[in-house]
Design a protein around this ligand. Structure first.
Ligand code: BGC
Length: 338
C-alpha cells in the first residue's frame, strides 16, 4: 500500500492511497486563505477496510444500487453480490473501494496527478466480462480535482464509476453540513421506493425539497416530511442533470459554505448525480484526529449513470460492449465566495 501526495501552485494538496483510490486528505483555502482539510476520513488506512462508509473512495463497477442485485443482458441473467438489504450497492462486497490499484504518478502542464489501473476479472462480484479500468486524478493549478474514468470489456456488461468523497467545506471535523447552501442543476430527480431503488419515473423538482435550481441551504427542507425525504432519511437521491447535450461536461452542483466562504462546484459528463447528505453517518466511526462524524456531517456529489439503470429501460444506458470505451469525467472545482 502506498500514499501519493498531490500539490498545486496555490497550496491545495491532497493525499491519495492506491487502496481504493481513497482521498484521505484534501486541503483547500477559505476566503482568508486559511487552509482546512475538507474531506472526511481516517488517520490510518487500516480503518478503511472495515469501518468506512466509502469515505474518499472510488466506486465500481456500479455506483449506487442495482435492484435485488440482478439484471440481464441479451437474455442471460446475472446475479451480483447482495450487500444492502436485498440490493447490490457500490459494486458489492469487495468493490473498487477495497482493492489495490496499480498506481503511478503523472505530471503535465498545470497539474500533478496519478493514474490507477486494474483489470476486474470476469465474474468479479457477479459482473460479466473482464473490465480493464484506468482512472486518473489530476490536481490542477486552477484548483480543480479532475477525475477521468475509462473502461473496456471483453463481454457486454454494465458500468457506472464514481467517487464517494464526503466533503464538509468548514473542515472535516466541523459537525453538520446542513448550513451549507446548494445549487443543483436539475429540473428532475428519480424518486425511490422504500429500499432506495428508483421507481422508474422522473419527477419535477418544482415545489419539492429537491428544488435546488436557486441557491438554498441544504437543511431547510430536509426534515419536511416529504415522502421521498423520509425514504432517504434526507437527501439520498439521483438528480437527472440538465444537459445542453448528452455527455457534455457541465455543472451538476455548486455548494457554498457561508461561514468559511469555501465553494465546491461539481461538473460532469454523466447524466446523473447522487446528492447524499450523509444521513447514515452516526458518529461511531472515529475519524481523523478523533473526529466523530455524526449524521449529516458531510455530503457527497456522486456523478453517475442512474441507479438501477440495468433494469430500467427508460434510463440512460449503462451498457458497455466489447469494442467500445466507457469514458466519464468529473471535475470538483474549489473556490471562494466573498
Ligand atoms: C448511498 C447511500 C449509502 C451510502 C453509503 C451513498 O452513495 O446513496 O444510500 O448509504 O452511499 O455510505
Amino acid at each position: 500500500m502506498q500514499e501519493f501526495k498531490l500539490n498545486n501552485a496555490n497550496g491545495l494538496r491532497m493525499i491519495v492511497s492506491d487502496y481504493g483510490g481513497i482521498v484521505r486528505e484534501l486541503h483547500a483555502p477559505d476566503r482568508n486563505g486559511e487552509f482546512a482539510d475538507v474531506v472526511l476520513g481516517f488517520d490510518t488506512m487500516k480503518e478503511y477496510g472495515s469501518d468506512s462508509p466509502y469515505f474518499g473512495a472510488l466506486i465500481g463497477r456500479y455506483g449506487n444500487r442495482i435492484g435485488k442485485g440482478t439484471f440481464s443482458i441479451d437474455g442471460t441473467d446475472y446475479n451480483l453480490a447482495i450487500n444492502n438489504g436485498e440490493n447490490h450497492l457500490h459494486g458489492g462486497l469487495v468493490g473498487f473501494d477495497k482493492v489495490l490499484w496499480d498506481t503511478q504518478s503523472i505530471e503535465g502542464a498545470g497539474f500533478t496527478g496519478i493514474r490507477m489501473h486494474r483489470v476486474s476479472a470476469d465474474g468479479e462480484e457477479g459482473y460479466p466480462g473482464n473490465l480493464d479500468v484506468t482512472i486518473t486524478y489530476k490536481l490542477t493549478d486552477d484548483n480543480e480535482w479532475i477525475i477521468d474514468y475509462e473502461a473496456t470489456t471483453d463481454k457486454p456488461t454494465v458500468v457506472s464509476l464514481t467517487q464517494h468523497t464526503y466533503f464538509n467545506l468548514s473542515g472535516h471535523a466541523s459537525g453538520s453540513c446542513l448550513d451549507h447552501e446548494a445549487i443543483i442543476n436539475a429540473d428532475h430527480f428519480t424518486p425511490v421506493d422504500e429500499s432506495l431503488i428508483p421507481i422508474g419515473t422522473l419527477e419535477l423538482v418544482e415545489g419539492t425539497p429537491f428544488d435546488f435550481r436557486e441557491r438554498q441551504p441544504i437543511g431547510t427542507r430536509i426534515d419536511s416530511g416529504h415522502d421521498q425525504m423520509k425514504r432517504g432519511g434526507g437527501y439520498d437521491h439521483n438528480f437527472a442533470l440538465n444537459k445542453s447535450q448528452s455527455g457534455a461536461l457541465e455543472r451538476a452542483a455548486f455548494i457554498i459554505d457561508p461561514s468559511s466562504g469555501r465553494t465546491l462546484e461539481t461538473l460532469t459528463t454523466e447524466p446523473g448525480a447522487q446528492f447524499y447528505s450523509g444521513n447514515f453517518l452516526d458518529g461511531t466511526a472515529k475519524g481523523k484526529g478523533g473526529a466523530a462524524y455524526n449524521r449529516r456531517s458531510g455530503f457527497c456529489v456522486e456523478t453517475q449513470r442512474f441507479p438501477d439503470s440495468p433494469n430500467q429501460a427508460s434510463f440512460p444506458s449503462s451498457r458497455l460492449n466489447p469494442g467500445e470505451t466507457y469514458r466519464s469525467t468529473t471535475v470538483y472545482r474549489f473556490g471562494v465566495d466573498s
